[in-house]
Design a protein around this ligand. Sequence first.
Ligand code: APR
Ligand code: PHB
Length: 390
Amino acid sequence: MRAQVGIIGGGPSGLLLSQLLHLQGISTAVLERRSRAHVLGRIRAGVLEQGFQNLMRQAEIAQRMDREGQVHTGVNIAYQEDRLRIDLEGLTGGKTVMVYGQTEVTHDLYEARDALDGVVIDEAEDVTPHDLQSDTPYLTFRKDGAEERLDCDFVIGCDGFHGVSRQCIPDDVLQSFERVYPFGWLGVLSETPPVNEELIYARHDVGFALCSLRGPQLSRYYVQVKADENPDDWSDDAFWERLKATIPAEVAQRLVTGPSIEKSVAPLRSFVAEPLRWGRLFLAGDAAHIVPPTGAKGLNLAASDIQYLSSALIDWYKKGDSSGIDNYSARALKRVWKAERFSWWMTSLLHRFPENEGFGDRIQRAEFDYLASSKAAQTVLAENYVGLPY
Ligand code: APR
Ligand code: PHB
């Protein structure tokens, strides 16, 4: 089989790229290792920057997002009993974020690919890239026990952190930058009304907590735990107790609890690979970089990669102009590192670090007090949270 662009990974990055290129008459084939049901079953974050929303509209898949997504004009930061509202809209000249789950985004993307008869092959085993330094790279894989080959002009690694594509870049070419945090997030999804109409990020001597939501009767909460914590060791009651102890009392007393319908632990890490191109291979999304979820940047960074890469490939096919693909790595990494900085800063401000006893805690308190007293500091947070320009 043949497609102009071979895409490894059927997560949001791979599907969005496939859709954007299809709309410009460029053929693609997406090879996804897992089943579609598995991909759609993943519970992930859901705060969409303006840039991501615009890309969904450009990809002609924004109808449900615009109908069911919630526009948030503010976000809350709490420190012990103090709570500060950051006026995103007011401090950024009208920019906001959209709360709409990544699971819904992925669902809409699959629906759109099906509607256009897009080639998305799931349960594609042992996907292996070949001849990436030639003008005729290809991918081999196994589907239903049969050996298959996909010939293409470009291979795009949208296969996440544990994918195969980044490993294709030789050690003497690839540089990795990493920070692993000494804690994780225990997340719970519950069919209860959200405790607050806007997100609350809380730092407390007990640890970190986040009050988020998916809809009027679907809430998403997180508390700080050890990175290797076992979610099965946490009863729902223990989770609600910890959450109540971590958020301001005025919020805790409004909390509606209930049975969890999903419970999982995610470790926190910052990771960036450089470069994002090797010959005819390009990396995008989690295959290239990971951010701790504290800044809500994971999905949004994948989107800016895909915006840069799709416009570069369209210029290449339509105008024979290679400047976009030649500059992709440098251009994408510039925005990636700014989002890495913001995510690292939010994580450093809002979590209890074992080594922070005393001086570190006082610095965190001073950071919060400065934030609460400075419009300039609040504006910095706001413009990063709504998303820096592409
Ligand atoms: N062959 C084929 N597919 C693979 C392989 C492989 N060897 N390895 C991984 N995959 C698939 C995974 O099963 C997954 O569906 O690649 C997909 C990668 O999707 P994501 O991990 O969701 O990464 P991405 O599409 O870049 O989306 C980034 O996901 O994790 C969140 O916070 C992150 O929101 C960000 C978003
Ligand atoms: C979520 O809703 O799951 C969520 C929101 C914001 C974050 C992280 C996760 O920063």
